[in-house]
Design a protein around this ligand. Structure first.
Ligand SMILES: Cc1ncc(COP(=O)(O)O)c(C=O)c1O
Length: 337
């Protein structure tokens, strides 16, 4: 039996229907702007998120980099969470390539950045300081959904103080589905306070490659130059955009199945001595372990469950994990933990 791969929602393979959409997509040269499938995807995601324009990029990392460098110039600063992907997991791209200084802010227990800490971190206009230009938030953050009222207050505060706003929405559709109701409308509502929003098609949505950055015509025109500089100008990219279009149409509502599987996993793992299960809000289950357990991930892998972590284990449900896989994983995890 193949292992149950819970390392990330990025490990999915394209479905036969997605592959069919890819192989029949009309193509052009996207650097010349004439790939009809890329253009259709950009129009579609911009419309869903309620923005003027969007840009197809190879990865979430590049989407975020394009956003940072479109909002900020050399010597500017952006406010960001200590645990945010743009700050911690993207090789410092904003600093390396954009000369943009990050100002990290500690998260509150629910993952938000307290409004008073955001306000206090905005530097006065003084030659001693970098110019604070941007607030960057993330939703979902480690599988947690940021409260809609908080997003509104934080983006209002940033705008009142003259800052731009960017949302790393790699898993925006997980947050939208968790909100209940029409997920496309929920996605638009989550995006509303942000000047730019990045979303990934290659995570819960199950496409093999690709992300998008959405925002105003002006910001997206700037982002297009950054994408080219970063080597993200792709040619017959419609073959990938077709997968993303298919995912947007067919794989959004089904994220609810991944969330249900995460709850099933969490319920199955409750009550193991020395293991605290954090109740999942979307598709990620975290297990806090009482102390380091060297070799645990390797032992689990040998028993057919792939996951990541040392002091905590991260288990992510996705398109290629069925309820029966969850039960197999629970059995192995209970035995080994
Ligand atoms: C929240 C978040 N943002 C951005 C990214 C970057 O996406 P990519 O791996 O496509 O560069 C990830 C990747 O896991 C992520 O989890």
């Amino acid at each position: 039996m193949p292992p149950v791969d819970l390392r990330s929602d990025t490990v999915t393979r394209p479905t036969p229907a997605m592959l069919a959409a890819m192989t029949t997509a009309p193509l052009g040269d996207d650097v010349f702007g004439d790939d009809p499938t890329v253009n259709a995807l950009q129009d579609r995601i911009a419309a869903i998120l309620g923005k003027e324009a969007a840009l197809f990029v190879p990865s979430g990392t590049q989407g975020n980099l394009c956003a940072l460098m479109s909002h900020c110039g050399r010597g500017d600063e952006y406010l960001v969470g200590q645990m945010a992907h743009t700050y911690r997991w993207e090789a410092g791209g904003g600093a390396v390539l954009g000369s943009i200084q990050p100002q990290p802010i500690a998260h509150a227990g629910d993952g938000t950045l307290p409004l008073e800490d955001i306000a206090a971190a905005i530097k006065p206009d003084d030659p001693h300081f970098a110019r604070t230009r941007l607030l960057c938030l993330e939703n979902t953050l480690g599988g947690r959904v940021m409260p809609p009222g908080y997003l509104r207050d934080a983006t209002d505060l940033a705008h009142e103080r003259g800052l731009g706003t960017h949302l790393d929405g790699a898993r925006l559709f997980n947050a939208a589905v968790a909100a209940g109701g029409d997920p496309y409308a929920a996605a638009r509502e989550i995006a509303a306070g942000f000047d730019t929003v990045s979303v990934c098609f290659s995570k819960g949505l199950g496409a093999p490659v690709g992300s998008a950055l959405a925002g105003s015509e002006e910001l997206i025109a700037r982002a297009q130059r950054v994408r080219k500089m970063a080597g993200g100008g792709m040619r017959q990219a419609g073959i990938l955009a077709a997968a993303a279009l298919h995912a947007l149409k067919h794989h959004v509502h089904r994220l609810a199945d991944d969330h249900a599987n995460a709850r099933r996993l969490a319920a199955g793992l409750a009550g193991i001595p020395g293991v605290r299960v954090r109740p999942p809000e979307t598709n990620m289950v975290f297990l806090d372990l009482d102390g380091e357990r060297p070799g645990l991930v390797e032992r689990l892998a040998a028993d057919g469950v792939l996951c990541t972590g040392v002091y905590e284990l991260r288990l992510v449900t996705h398109l290629d994990v069925a309820g029966t896989d969850v039960d197999r994983a629970v059995e192995a995890l209970r035995r080994i933990l």
